[in-house]
Write a protein that binds this ligand. Structure first.
Ligand SMILES: [Zn+2]
Length: 320
């Protein structure tokens, strides 16, 4: 097997691309590979039409994965073709993205090093790159990833809000619940913020395929979902509903405790935990006192009974 053919196989380079020279500089720890395009026709980079070759651009260089300890570079004079619709354009090379000075295999490797390293600086040094190069490789990887994501079906979404800076600022998050991943984040939690979130994260085709969205009971989100995802069901999850029921019981308890205190009745003092906990988690000593409270004619006892009754809802299967 000739050396050139050996490298063609290693690089995955096929006709009409051909390796015509390989040079190893041992003292510089460097391997250079020259590639030539051997056809007088080529595909338009815009429309893919077969076009006649027009001319050849001056040599370009791409950094490739190292060969053993040798830094490896590809060189090629990329031909230009003349397309009837798109005029004179350089053809695409199979080993790299447009405008990149690195091969796709090198970029994929760089992303793995970035993931594995403790910091970008550490990865940058291992790869022998500057900050600008690392940044460009990351930006292209994100673009490729987003393009792949846009081609997938996403059927169940989740939207929620996170507050920060002591609740002065909030962001809205969009999740792919089946895939277990964050899709996108926007600042704010208004109807428009939420609409923007859905529209920037998903293509119109993807939006049409969403079947359900889990939401907190926040009207602005519900409005945004019914506009941006009219075919999707809105679902309120168990956690959020329990939270709302507990909040309601607690506000009844607080108001009643205040009123009772005024007439010297402190029955509800120290009972907060019992009203909010799952009954099976209440210890024996407290349970005896709580048995009396929960069967009394207090308002909070009624509110608590409604909350408890709702727990059966999750296992209820009768459509009527
Ligand atoms: Zn074209």
């Amino acid at each position: 097997m000739e050396l050139e053919e050996h490298y063609s196989q290693l690089l995955g380079i096929n006709s009409p691309w051909e390796i015509y020279d390989v040079e190893l500089k041992v003292d510089e720890s460097r391997l250079d590979i020259w590639i030539e395009y051997m056809d007088d026709k080529g595909a338009s980079p815009e429309c893919g039409a077969a076009c006649p070759r027009h001319d050849t651009r001056k040599e370009r260089t791409w950094r490739h994965l190292d060969t053993m300890q040798f830094a490896t570079y590809l060189h090629c004079n990329v031909p230009r073709v003349r397309c009837e619709k798109h005029d004179v354009k350089s053809i695409r090379v199979p080993w790299a993205e447009k405008n990149s000075r690195f091969t796709l295999l090198f970029e994929a490797f760089a992303i793995r090093v970035l993931n594995a390293a403790r910091s970008v600086e550490e990865a940058r040094k291992l790869l022998g790159l500057n900050w600008h190069q690392v940044d460009a490789i990351k930006a292209r990887a994100v673009k490729r990833g987003l393009a792949r994501r846009q081609a997938t079906k996403i059927d169940c979404l989740g939207i929620d809000e996170k507050q920060f800076r002591s609740g002065h600022d909030s962001v809205s998050n969009l999740y792919d619940l089946t895939g277990g991943r964050v899709l996108d984040i926007v600042e704010g939690r208004t109807e428009n913020d939420c609409k923007q979130l859905i529209e920037q994260a998903l293509t119109p085709e993807q939006r049409a395929q969403v079947t359900a969205v889990a939401l907190d009971m926040w009207q602005a989100y519900a409005n945004a979902v019914s506009q941006a995802l009219p075919k999707a069901d809105i679902v309120h999850d168990r956690f959020h509903i329990s939270q709302h029921l507990n909040d309601a019981v607690d506000s009844v308890r607080r108001a009643e405790n205040k009123a009772l205190n005024k007439i010297g009745d402190n029955r509800l003092k120290g009972s907060r935990y019992c009203w909010l906990a799952n009954e099976e988690n209440i210890d024996k000593k407290r349970a005896e006192q709580f048995d009396v409270l929960k069967t009394s004619d207090l308002k909070v006892a009624r509110a608590w009974a409604i909350k408890e009754m709702f727990r059966g809802f999750w296992d209820y299967r009768y459509a009527g």
